[in-house]
Design a protein around this ligand. Structure first.
Ligand SMILES: [Zn+2]
Length: 265
């Protein structure tokens, strides 16, 4: 059986995990949580679920968090944990920091239009995307609405499309099957395009049949397994994919083959 890579997981430094998780859970008290937000717990979950590698998505909610996140990413990187540091669009040195992230050998960056208060296709972001392209970095970005925020469109399908038109070479990974709770527009304008989508935090909301329909209509080499752990359970997510009967080839690409290729590139 081929390896499984979770392209979308979260954790925090041990010293702040309890307070970070408490704060996030207070924002969305109805949303279940499966781990305590620590790396050891994530590794335990990975072992339990048969996940070989997790991409650890960090979010700098303020510009000044850049350094501490980067230094934590240096400490935790391993064969099994592939950390993606984060830059904040309001950081005057954001473009240079993207260069530093690449120079230190990290594979990508994570950004989030709601927690970082920006719009996906606003002009301020263009120099950042340009630098990511030139450095060959992957950008995992939260796309679609966010469960913890008012439904103002910051990173919906039209905005995604505009970014990919300006930067066709950007290694952009959209999350939550294109755009969370904007799936009608995803289906209309994004499905079928040469664009990476992770499947995290989407299938339960879409329903298994609809999710499967979108997945099989998207290029087989562009769908990535992701869980949004600790907000979902890795073992359960693997099983949901296996139960979809996607066929051996598509399933193995989704669970790990596509991620391995993207991370190697
Ligand atoms: Zn996430």
């Amino acid at each position: 059986m081929s390896e499984i890579i979770d392209f979308h997981a979260h954790a925090f430094p041990d010293a702040v995990a309890d307070s970070a998780m408490a704060k996030l859970q207070a924002e969305v008290p109805h949303v279940p949580c499966y781990l305590d937000g620590k790396i050891d717990s994530l590794l335990y979950s990975m072992d339990d679920a048969g996940v070989e590698t997790s991409v650890l998505c960090c979010i700098a909610t303020r510009p000044k968090q850049y350094e501490s996140i980067l230094s934590w990413c240096r400490q935790i990187r391993s064969d099994r944990i592939v950390p993606f540091p984060s830059v904040h669009p309001a950081d005057p040195e954001a473009v240079e920091r993207i260069g530093q992230i690449a120079a230190e050998g990290f594979k990508g960056i994570k950004m989030h239009p709601y927690y970082q208060e920006y719009i996906l296709d606003e002009p301020r972001l263009m120099p950042l995307y340009d630098r990511m392209c030139r450095e060959g970095l992957i950008l995992v970005v939260h796309t679609g609405f966010d469960i913890a925020f008012e439904r103002i469109d910051r990173g919906g399908p039209e905005r995604i499309l505009r970014v990919t038109e300006v930067f066709p070479e950007l290694k952009l990974v959209t999350t939550h099957l294109g755009a969370w709770e904007q799936w009608d527009r995803v289906e209309e304008i994004l499905i079928g395009r040469k664009m990476y989508m992770d499947i995290s935090y989407a299938i339960d909301f879409l329903g298994k049949d609809k999710a499967r329909d979108l997945i099989v209509r998207h290029p087989a080499d562009r769908v990535l397994f992701g869980t949004d752990s600790p907000w979902d359970d890795q073992r359960r997510c693997v099983q949901i994919v296996r139960d979809m009967n996607l066929g051996t080839e598509r399933e193995s690409l989704l669970l790990g083959g596509n991620a391995r290729r993207l991370l190697a590139g």
